[in-house]
Design a protein around this ligand. Structure first.
Ligand code: ATP
Ligand code: MG
Length: 870
């Protein structure tokens, strides 16, 4: 059975069981501070499990893109070494939100596997939760008794909390689970060891394929469990593992999900898969990672230096490194795999198809830049090896290579070993741990349980219409982090505060109660669909009614920038072409930032056209036309564009100004005339094929012109009020260049004269041509002088002292034959003489310099040097 068919059979099966089929949510999470990426099928549904929102159906099924490369679920280091863990994989899932429970979940799983997919019952094992004393949870007899109806009891195994109790985080909904495992070993192997003994033992052919989670508890901040009011089902089946079973192969990489990519790698690298362990690992790593990176870029997450982007960069670099070391790929090649990947997956995931060019460009550029880093690292490592006195390199050095230059530890290890070297692993590990600890501490967030003040179903956002309202507190909790200290998170029954989202910053403002007690709201954010207001303190009377007031001035400035962002987007598509797509946006009160796909720098004319386009629409006084809660399809038909990586509901909000129409949840000015004026302040590249424009509006433009004007007049003043200041500045620059040239020439002449004089002062001491003298030259001049004299005299020993800008300099030159015959070493000599000038230095045995802060010691150094030739 082909993978495509396997996927659609799953969805069809649950559709027949009255499930609503939904597409995969984007992989990058936006309103969940505890998770960067979707790491299981349930992550996009968290808000339903937490009771913050109501799902459109209480039965849902889907295939969800998951990424397990950071946080609680991190399989990255396994990937490539085993044959059944991936970074990116598809999780097939069926969901019940307060509807059916264990009986149906188990019955349907069994029916699908054994009757639809026709998996032989004799290769299946299931597990149930054995209970946990500490948590006070019992053996899951309910699940056990249901399973008994379908499978022999000796195939039902009891599992511990680690394997059979599923939790989405340290707090929140959780419950026991039943896993389904397959044993796909040969009959001979099965005869030797029973599959029963290999379940959950990391055997590559006895693996878990499906996990049925019975969500029935809530884990509180103090670690205790309480029953959930509604019980839910959350199941997750690894699609690639299922394909392995149904296609009768022994590895996920031998399924049709991976083989086309692997064939392509074999062709490009001219290597065969299945002949050499190291090469096989590399090929698996690359075929896995290219999927993760391509999907991530398609979902709007580009590789970068921070956060989720950094995780993606690390995955790609891991692939590059394996290609570099084991497949000898010294040029970018991973981007060439995108084509087969899209042929294979483009049908099910059209976002890949539509963004092919961007994905290829970004990967290629990243590859090229990391390969340069690797080259540089190799040079550095080479230098370390040649200069080392021992065969063991310090762990700190290896850490520095990794940390500062991005040169991976395992590659360093490999190269060192090839050269007969080792390094101090303990020292390295210690450094790494210290760094990780620092990171952990900085990001650690401790949250208390919510204190419920008022039972309220769903919170209402009224901030599109008003910036002030009377509100009641429904719940609050304290959160503590290293970065912000203690903060309170407040939730109201309704709120005028806009929560950060769609690029727009969260509102600030304050609360005031009848007694005049004021609490400032410093930020507003959304978390799993709840609007959370951040405050430094708690209101004195939490039961009261508060007047909630948004900082209207800041909100207004932000709205100007948000509306301008829409007009800018329209302008770019109109002027540069429809290949322009939004790739990121930040709307602040002071400025806006807009990232978009485009392949070359904007010309001055293009920038001008874009500015004019936007300003024409501001002058056109276009009124805001807002539609709330219209069906998604209607919005698309009206011309709104959905963004990749953005999660939309069935109904959406559209914002229209003239011909600009966007799906948008943000706040906007009532009329474009409010913006007053739009000005681009910068344009540049952020990644391959992605440009960034920063712009300002309204008051910020006034400030901008004022500041520029002031700088202009100050400059003009400095130029003696020249009529044409630009010309005057150019003249000044020209004059400056000429003067510099003249000085250089004068210094050269001076050195030449000096050389003539010095020649007369050379003396012969014990067969050495010697001179020690203070001269009036800079470091470069002295060096030239030394080497010029050196080319004319044999057995030369020179020590020059000089004073420049209050600092002392000693330069020592010794002819190479002297270095060899008399074992004189200029480096060592200046190091020793350095003490006279209160400084230090070093260099080569034939030329070295020392700098110090005591020029009056130069004389002593010039005297002391004589002892070396005596
Ligand atoms: P394992 O013990 O094999 O790592 P898990 O306990 O981490 O699995 P779950 O979190 O229960 O797995 O995820 C549900 C299903 O998703 C698993 O049964 C498996 O089929 C699949 N799965 C989990 N992790 C991966 C991965 N890294 N790559 C591919 N499939 C996976
Ligand atoms: Mg796992």
């Amino acid at each position: 059975m082909k993978s495509q068919e396997i996927r659609s059979k799953f969805l069809k099966f649950f559709e027949d069981k009255k499930h609503t089929i939904v597409p995969s949510a984007p992989m990058v999470l936006k309103d969940d501070p505890t998770l960067m990426f979707v790491n299981s099928g349930m992550a996009p549904f968290k808000e339903y499990f937490l009771g913050n929102a109501t799902p459109k159906s209480n039965r849902i099924a889907d295939s969800q893109k998951c990424l397990r490369v950071s946080g609680k679920h991190n399989d990255l280091e396994e990937v490539g070494y085993d044959t059944y863990h991936h970074t990116l994989f598809e999780m097939l899932g069926n969901w019940s939100f307060g509807d059916y429970f264990k009986k149906e979940a188990i019955a349907w799983a069994w029916e699908l596997l054994t009757e639809v997919y026709k998996i032989d019952k004799d290769i299946l094992y299931v597990t149930v939760f054995e209970g946990d004393e500490e948590d006070g949870t019992p053996l899951d007899t309910e699940a056990y008794d249901i399973w008994k109806q379908y499978i022999a009891e000796d195939r039902i195994l009891k599992g511990n909390k680690k394997d059979n109790f599923w939790e989405m985080g340290d707090q929140g909904p959780c419950g026991p689970c039943s896993e389904i495992h397959v044993d796909i070993r040969s009959a001979e192997e099965k005869a030797k060891v029973s599959g029963k003994d290999l379940v959950n033992m990391d055997h590559p052919q006895v693996v878990e394929i499906w996990n049925l989670v019975f969500m029935q508890y809530n884990r509180k901040a103090n670690g205790s469990l309480e029953n959930l009011p509604n019980k839910h089902i959350d199941t997750g089946m690894g699609f690639e593992r299922l394909c392995m079973v149904l296609q009768n192969v022994q590895s996920n990489y031998d399924t049709d999900v991976f083989t086309p990519i692997i064939r392509e790698i074999e062709t490009i690298a001219d290597k065969d898969y299945g002949k050499n362990d190291k090469i096989d690992v590399a090929i698996r790593v690359i075929s896995d990672h290219v999927r993760a990176v391509a999907f991530s870029i398609a979902d709007g997450q580009l590789p970068s230096n921070t956060g989720a982007g950094y995780v993606i960069r690390r995955i790609l670099r891991r692939a590059i490194r394996y290609g570099f070391t084991f497949l000898e790929q010294k040029e970018p090649f991973i981007y060439r795999l995108v084509d087969v990947l899209i042929k294979k997956m483009g049908e099910a995931f059209p976002e890949l198809k539509e963004q092919r060019q961007l994905i290829e460009n970004v990967i290629k550029e990243e590859e090229a830049s990391f390969l340069r880093t690797l080259d540089q690292g190799l040079l550095l490592l080479d230098r370390i090896i040649t200069h080392s006195n021992t065969k063991e390199i310090s762990g700190n050095k290896v850490f520095e290579l990794k940390d500062t230059y991005g040169f991976p530890e395992d590659l360093t290890d490999l190269i060192l070993r090839e050269n007969g070297f080792t390094y101090n692993h303990e020292e390295f590990d210690k450094k790494l741990k210290e760094q990780q600890e620092r990171g952990k501490q900085a990001s650690q967030l401790k949250s208390d349980d919510w204190t419920i003040v008022l039972e309220d179903d769903e919170q209402e956002f009224i901030g599109y219409d008003v910036t002030e309202a009377n509100v009641k507190l429904t719940k609050y909790r304290k959160v503590t982090s290293k970065k912000d200290g203690e903060m309170y998170q407040l939730v109201f029954n309704l709120t005028p505060f806009y929560a950060e989202g769609g690029g727009q910053v969260g509102d600030k403002g304050y609360l005031e109660d009848a007694s005049g007690d004021v609490v400032y709201i410093v930020d507003t954010k959304k978390e799993n669909n709840v609007i959370i207001h951040f405050a430094k303190s708690l209101p004195k009377n939490v039961q009261g009614t508060f007047k909630a007031t948004v900082d209207a001035k800041q909100r207004y400035r932000t709205e100007c920038n948000h509306t301008a962002t829409h007009l800018l987007h329209q302008a770019l598509r109109e002027i540069l072409g429809t290949h322009v797509e939004q790739k990121g946006s930040a709307v602040h009160s002071k400025y806006l930032r807009f990232d978009f796909s485009h392949f070359s720098k904007l010309t001055v004319d293009e920038l001008r056209d874009v500015e004019n386009f936007v300003n024409a629409r501001i002058e056109g006084k276009l009124p805001l036309q807002e539609q709330r809660n219209i069906p998604m399809q209607q919005a698309i038909d009206e011309g709104a564009m959905a963004l990749f990586g953005e999660k939309y509901g069935d109904t959406v909000r559209t914002i229209k100004f003239g011909k600009s129409i966007e799906l948008c949840g943000g706040t906007h000015v009532k009329n474009t005339a409010d913006i007053w004026h739009f000005k681009i302040v910068s344009e540049g590249a952020v990644a391959a094929g992605i440009r960034r424009i920063e712009a300002i509006t309204n008051d910020a433009v006034k400030d901008f012109y004022f500041e520029n004007n002031r700088a202009y007049f100050e400059m003009k003043d400095l130029l003696n009020n020249a009529k044409e200041p630009v010309k005057a500045l150019q003249n000044l620059q020209e004059e400056n260049t000429n003067l510099k040239k003249q000085i250089e020439q004068l210094l050269k002449d001076k050195a030449k004269n000096l050389k003539g004089e010095l020649k007369n002062e050379l003396t012969e001491v014990n067969g050495i041509t010697f001179l020690a003298k203070q001269v009036d030259l800079d470091a470069a001049g002295i060096k030239d002088l030394c080497f010029e004299l050196g080319s004319q005299y044999d057995n030369l020993f020179l020590l020059f002292g000089a004073e420049n800008d209050g600092k002392a300099l000693l330069s020592c030159y010794i002819s190479k034959e002297l270095v060899a015959e008399k074992s004189l070493n200029a480096g060592q000599i200046v190091r020793e003489l350095g003490k006279h000038i209160q400084g230090g230095g070093g260099g080569q045995p034939f030329f070295a310099t020392a700098g110090g802060k005591n020029p009056s010691g130069i004389k002593d150094a010039l005297e002391a040097v004589k002892s070396y030739i005596a």
